[in-house]
Write a protein that binds this ligand. Structure first.
Ligand SMILES: Nc1ncnc2c1ncn2[C@@H]1O[C@H](COP(=O)(O)OP(=O)(O)OP(=O)(O)O)[C@@H](O)[C@H]1O
Length: 592
């Protein structure tokens, strides 16, 4: 057994034995709170740390779970277990409604919206006669499981920690899966994820709902642990504290949720006792100290305690590369390839207007299957805009684009990716803290199906093997197999660009769109890249290349389209373009 596994086993045994040891009741209660808080923070890891969506409103979902079971068990005498499921269903409905209303917001509007609904949900609870107003509801029954009462803190401890660890297991599984890679792509903005076929709205919705459900379970446990509910533990202040916990622990890591909940709860309680003694008067002084600690943490350890701890421990327990268990996995489904020479892409008088600026002015050209076509022109000529019009990142102002005989103008980049166009980016877009292999496997998203639930329950392993086999095959194709276990963010620019090409290849494209693939590469790297692209062409792939490096373009392409001031200046073979006085004039800035 490896040291890591031995440590995990030791930790789990210690957790299991804790209530059986003569530990004071106070610490068991602390451990119970830490488990419940960690469940909520886990949701924030997914939502905020990984997905990049900041929420101050998680305490409101805790309240929904708590109040539902309180009402059902006290007023209607129903089983708390029924209360759990009704609470989850109600949370799901509320989360879906709030997500529909708020998730399309971006920037600071979303956090503000979470504050708004956290306030309004809490005020609704606090002013409802039915929910007991500020006094809340008293006399909740204790939970029982298989006839065993969980009224005692040491007994409910096991249920709380089983829920927390199950939650951690599910979230960890999710993050290492097909939907997990899509979720991890959200943090870097929508453009790359959508180009890989991921519906970013769908995954924002999913993580919002999962985080709300985790909070709701915590609320259910909380209600039956305290045996009473009132509005204050579900107020905005607590929503902010949950976010603090996640940030203190490490908002991007699952175990950070536990570290954050633990550190926050213990420090807060100790300060509550210590500060009034020191200062000689009563008051919530701990809030001041916690605020200062938080600011210092954000300045000096913005990633949180767990990543810092992990970085320190990495010297003794280096991370193991993913076990290569996909040998012999079945191939992913692949698409019909166009016949060599068939018309693949038809760009017909496309136009893009940005206000008064005509960035692309009635540009037309075609690409046939098996060709490499270059799109060149001086800075600001409209190449990237044309590229974005073709790949669906920008909408057309006029004109038409058809791909494999079907009109694709006006389709989303996700839909265009589904039809077999895949692209790379002028500025590499990747998930820096994922391995090269995992980044490339994201390209296989549209060729696979596993959903969130099957990923959380680890029922997706066969498909994962197929995805990794495909990702490795594409990395081998471009000569990067040896780097597959490295973190993408640690690579130099050259290999990162190659990795993007492998990711695009993993989509099984009929047309590859490369946006300045040679930019920033050294001479040798450019030669290696040109060789890779020649091999891809030899295997029947078609490529459209936006590029500045003339030598690179001239040696590689079959045809070149030259743009200047948004219009097509000339189209021809590399020789024709090189011989053209107009092109020379365009590049040298002389009259023609
Ligand atoms: N989103 C936008 N809004 C307004 N103007 C834009 C936008 N995107 C591009 N432009 C303008 O459109 C023109 C064409 O830009 P584009 O980026 O397509 O040129 P390019 O040929 O790719 O240039 P480069 O080689 O420098 O990348 C430029 O004048 C640019 O400022």
């Amino acid at each position: 057994m490896q040291l890591r596994q031995r440590l995990t086993l030791f930790g789990l045994t210690a957790l299991l034995l804790l209530p059986l040891l003569p530990v004071p009741e106070f610490w068991i209660t602390q451990a119970n709170y830490i488990g419940m808080f960690a469940l909520v923070s886990l949701g924030l890891v997914l939502l905020t740390g990984v997905g990049g969506l900041t929420s101050f409103g998680q305490a409101a979902f805790v309240g929904v779970g708590a109040y539902t079971t309180a009402i059902l068990s006290t007023r209607y005498g129903l089983s708390p277990w029924l209360g759990l499921f009704v609470g989850l269903a109600l949370t799901l409905l509320i989360a879906l409604l709030l997500a529909w209303l708020t998730l399309r917001m971006s920037g600071h509007y979303l956090p503000l919206a979470t504050i708004a609904w956290a306030l309004s949900l809490n005020f609704s609870i606090a002013n409802s006669e039915f929910l007991g107003k500020y006094d809340g509801i008293l006399g909740l029954p204790a939970l029982s499981l298989f006839g065993i009462s969980l009224a005692d803190g040491r007994a409910i401890y096991y249920l709380i920690w089983a829920c927390a660890l199950l939650g951690a297991w599910g979230v960890r599984n999710l993050l290492d899966s097909r939907p997990g890679r899509a979720i991890r792509a959200l943090g870097g903005g929508a453009v790359m994820a959508e180009a890989m076929g991921v519906s970013t709205f769908r995954y924002k919705l999913i993580i919002f709902v999962v985080a709300a459900l985790l909070a709701s379970v915590s609320g259910w446990l909380f209600a039956h642990f305290q045996r009473t509910v009132n509005p204050s533990p579900f107020a905005l202040k607590m929503g902010i504290e949950y976010l603090f916990m996640a940030v203190v622990g490490g908002v991007g890591s699952v175990w950070g949720a536990f570290v954050g909940a633990g550190v926050f709860k213990i420090i807060e309680d100790q300060l509550k006792e210590l500060l009034p003694q020191l200062l000689g008067s009563n008051g919530n002084f701990e809030i001041i100290v916690l605020g200062v600690v938080m600011v210092l943490m954000l300045k000096y350890a913005p990633k949180g305690l767990w990543p810092a701890l992990q970085g320190g421990l990495a010297r003794w327990f280096p991370a193991q590369p993913r076990a290569r268990d996909w040998a012999g996995a079945a191939a992913l489904p692949s698409r019909d390839k166009p016949a060599p020479g068939a018309l693949l892409l038809d760009v017909d008088k496309v136009r893009k207007q940005f206000g008064g600026l005509l960035a692309v002015n009635d540009v037309s050209f075609q690409i046939r299957a098996g060709e490499i076509v270059g799109l060149i022109g001086p800075n600001g000529a409209g190449k990237s805009t044309t590229f974005n019009l073709i790949s669906g990142v920008l909408g057309l102002s006029r004109g038409a684009v058809s791909f494999r005989g079907q009109p694709v103008g006006g389709l989303s980049s996700r839909e265009i990716a589904r039809r077999g166009m895949s692209r790379t980016f002028q500025h590499v877009k990747m998930i820096a803290d994922m391995t090269v292999l995992e980044n490339v496997a994201l390209g296989g998203y549209l060729r696979s199906r596993s959903g969130t639930l099957s990923a959380m329950l680890r029922l997706d392993r066969d498909e994962e093997k197929r995805l990794f086999a495909e990702a490795e095959a594409q990395l081998t194709r471009i000569g990067m197999q040896a780097q597959m276990h490295e973190l993408a963010g640690n690579l130099a620019l050259g290999p990162q660009r190659l990795m993007e090409i492998a990711r695009a290849l993993c989509t099984d494209p009929a047309l590859l769109l490369l946006d300045e693939p040679a930019a920033g590469l050294r001479h040798k790297e450019k030669q290696a890249l040109a060789e890779v692209l020649r091999q891809l062409k030899a295997s029947g792939l078609s490529i459209l290349l936006v590029e500045h490096d003339m030598e690179f373009v001239m040696g590689l392409t079959d045809r070149i389209v030259v743009m200047e001031f948004g219009t097509k200046l000339i189209e021809g073979t590399p020789e024709q373009v090189q011989a053209s006085p107009e092109v020379r004039a365009a590049y040298l800035g002389t009259e023609h």
